[in-house]
Design a protein around this ligand. Structure first.
Ligand SMILES: [Zn+2]
Ligand SMILES: [Zn+2]
Length: 126
């Protein structure tokens, strides 16, 4: 491929914003992508910033989902234990309600945790 501006020069890369071929004179290297000098630099900088932010948001929401998932697992187990205790020593109905709540907690948090694994972890793209 040739440079978009200099038809005789070989392109060293492609602008991340407009997709044109660029020679070493026309390309500006912006940490994770090339941009047309004086033309697409700002757009590519914004693009990079957006990708960075997106990655951060993805990894935090993933972490939050995991935390609430594990929290739900623990409270589910606690509820079942409490329910079992009530069932044996106090009110059978109260115990049954606690066990049902505990199972519901467990199921919903397991579902939530299995959903988090579908998000790619930040950093392992490609
Ligand atoms: Zn460009
Ligand atoms: Zn050029």
């Amino acid at each position: 491929m040739k440079c978009f501006n200099h038809s005789k020069k070989d392109a060293v890369g492609i602008c991340k914003s407009c997709g044109r071929g660029l020679c070493s004179d026309c390309a500006v290297d912006l940490k994770n992508g090339l941009a047309c000098k004086n033309a697409c630099e700002d757009q590519v900088k914004i693009l990079n910033k957006m990708l960075d932010m997106n990655e951060k948001v993805m990894s935090t929401s993933n972490r939050n989902l995991k935390i609430t998932g594990y929290f739900g697992l623990i409270s589910g187990i606690l509820f079942i234990f409490l329910g079992y205790y009530f069932l044996r020593n106090l009110e059978a109905i109260v115990g049954a309600i606690f066990i049902i709540l505990g199972v519901a907690y467990l199921v919903s948090s397991i579902l939530r945790l299995s959903r988090t694994s579908q998000f790619p972890a930040a950093g392992d793209k490609n």
